[in-house]
Structure formats: C-alpha cells, structure tokens
Design a protein around this ligand. Structure first.
Ligand SMILES: [Zn+2]
Length: 308
C-alpha cells in the first residue's frame, strides 16, 4: 500500500497577481522540498483530470458554476471577492484541484493507495455552496466527501481542518448533514467571521487566540477532536491541510512549529487506522511563507508515510 501525491503543473497557471500570497510558487516550494528530502521518490505520483461539471454539482448549484464561468476573464483579472481573483486559467486550475481530490478518493476507496496528499491550488475550504471567497473557488474537500459518500461502504466521513482560518465553506456545505463531522481549529477572532458560532453536534469549533503556541494547540486538539472522532467513527477522513498556523506565516498570528504538523498528522493517522480502515485523504489549503510551507508539507507527508 502506498501514499499518493496528486498534483498538476497547470495548477500554477492560476495566478492572482505578483503580490498575492496565494501564489503559484507555493506548489513549487512543496515539490522542491519533498524532492530534496527524498520523500517524493517514496510516493506514488498521480496526475488528475479536471472534475466534470456534474461532479461539481455535488457541492455547488449549477447557477453558481455558470456565474464563475461568466466571471472568468479572457485576459487580465476579474474578482470574485476583493481577495479572490480569476485569470483566464483559474477555472481550469480549480477543476484540476477538485479533480485531484476525486482521484485521491477513488484510489483510496479502490484500495490502490492507503492515503494521499493533494498538492493543489486554488484552495477550497472558504468556498461556500454559492460563494467564492478567501482565495477559494470550489470546495475541493467537500467535493471529495460527497464523492466518497456515493460509495456504498462510506456512511460517515470526518473533515479535520487545521488551517489558521476557520473552514466556513465546509461548514456551510455540511451544516445540516450529520453524517459529516467537521472539526476546525482556527485563530479567533479572525477572518472569515462566518459560521464560527453555529451550534451543531457534528460541527466542532476549536477557536485559538492569537499567539497560541504548540502545547496549547495540542491540548485543544486532543480535548475537542478526539472525543468527536470516537463518537462519529468515520469511515473515511479528509484533512483540510493549511500550514498558515505556522509561526512564520505572514497572514496568521498562531505560533505553531514545523513539528506540530507532523504531530497532528500522526494523530489523525492513528484515528484513521482506528476507525476508518486507514482511509485518509489530505488536501492543501493555506500556507504562505514559502520555506515554512515546504518544511511543514514535508513533515505532513512524512507522517502520512508513517501512518501506513
Ligand atoms: Zn488559511
């Protein structure tokens, strides 16, 4: 059984401008670090096809997809929100990003790999059913969850989101779907200021004050996520893997270290082994300090390899 690495060169064609932190260089930083460390050579490298339109409709209504298509410019940039630009290649990249998650889901459910990391952009966890926001167009993880739930062996799924920002889009999509546990740790108060106080037994919030360090982060995750996972007993686990809670990140003010991303991935891997037949799919979200992003992705992938 292998760990898959799913990425596509065309994800770099989506470019929101030279000063935008969600840059094509992010994927280069990850692949260069994985290659230099020798980890890439131990992974099963896969190339996705774009998600199909009817598959996108699993999480986003047709009018929303048409709205984004109409927004995509022939040249230059257009804006879905003040932070979220489209260039002529953005929807192609977004379809590949979502397609990567479907491919990973298929491979894991088919048993040809045990777990996988999708190094893709644009990210997805802020994309609500009918709103692009926060650098996100389609909710990649939510699409994978919906795809997994079509599979007869999968009745309950968990999404674990350790990005520094709250996964409002994932909460929006699954807020009335008790078969999907969503646990999100996030700096609070902080962007996106949406859905952070919704009360549902299958939605677990772990708000963290600015300045939170490793030990407090780990305690909060163990306190909130482990009992929720034990109650939910998911058949498959998805990770919204944002690395912007790292102390070096320019957007967030949490103070996590490289090793925290190895730690939390190991903890999630143990939960996947205990409840989910080791079925675990991780998808890149944020992470904007390029050297830290590369190191944290290395720590994350190393723990995925060790979880098998
Ligand atoms: Zn983020």
């Amino acid at each position: 059984m292998t760990t898959a690495y799913i990425s596509h060169n065309d994800c770099a064609l989506h470019d929101m401008g030279a000063s935008h932190p969600e840059s094509p260089q992010r994927l280069q930083a990850i692949s260069a670090r994985l290659s230099d460390s020798g980890l890439l050579q131990r992974l099963d490298c896969l190339t996705p096809a774009p998600i199909q339109r009817e598959q996108l409709a699993l999480a986003h209504p047709e009018p929303y997809i048409r709205e984004l298509e109409a927004l995509q410019p022939r040249r230059g940039h257009s804006y879905a929100d003040p932070d979220t630009a489209l260039n002529p290649h953005s929807l192609h990249a977004a379809r590949l990003a979502a397609g990567a998650v479907l491919l990973g889901t298929e491979r894991i459910l088919g048993g040809s790999c045990q777990n996988a990391f999708c190094a893709v952009r644009p990210p997805g966890h802020h994309a609500e059913q009918v709103s692009a926001m926060g650098f996100c167009l389609f909710n990649n993880v939510a699409l994978g969850v919906e795809w997994a739930l079509q599979h007869s062996d999968i009745e309950r799924v968990a999404v674990l989101d350790f990005d520094v920002h709250h996964g409002n889009g994932t909460v929006d999509i699954f807020k009335d779907r008790p078969e999907v546990l969503v646990c999100s740790s996030f700096q609070y108060p902080f962007y996106p200021f949406r859905y952070q106080d919704i009360q549902r037994s299958h939605i677990v919030h772990t708000p963290l004050p600015a300045g939170t360090v490793s030990s407090a982060f780990r305690q909060a995750i163990e306190r909130d996520w482990l009992p929720a996972l034990a109650r939910h007993r998911p058949d498959m686990i998805f990770i919204s893997a944002g690395f912007d809670a790292h102390r070096a990140d320019p957007l967030g003010q949490l103070q996590l270290e490289d090793e925290d991303f190895h730690w939390i991935t190991g903890l999630i891997g143990e939960a996947a082994n205990r409840y989910a037949g080791a079925r675990l799919l991780s998808v890149l979200e944020g992470g904007y300090d390029l050297p830290a992003l590369g190191r944290c992705a290395e720590a994350h992938v190393k723990a995925l390899l060790e979880a098998r």
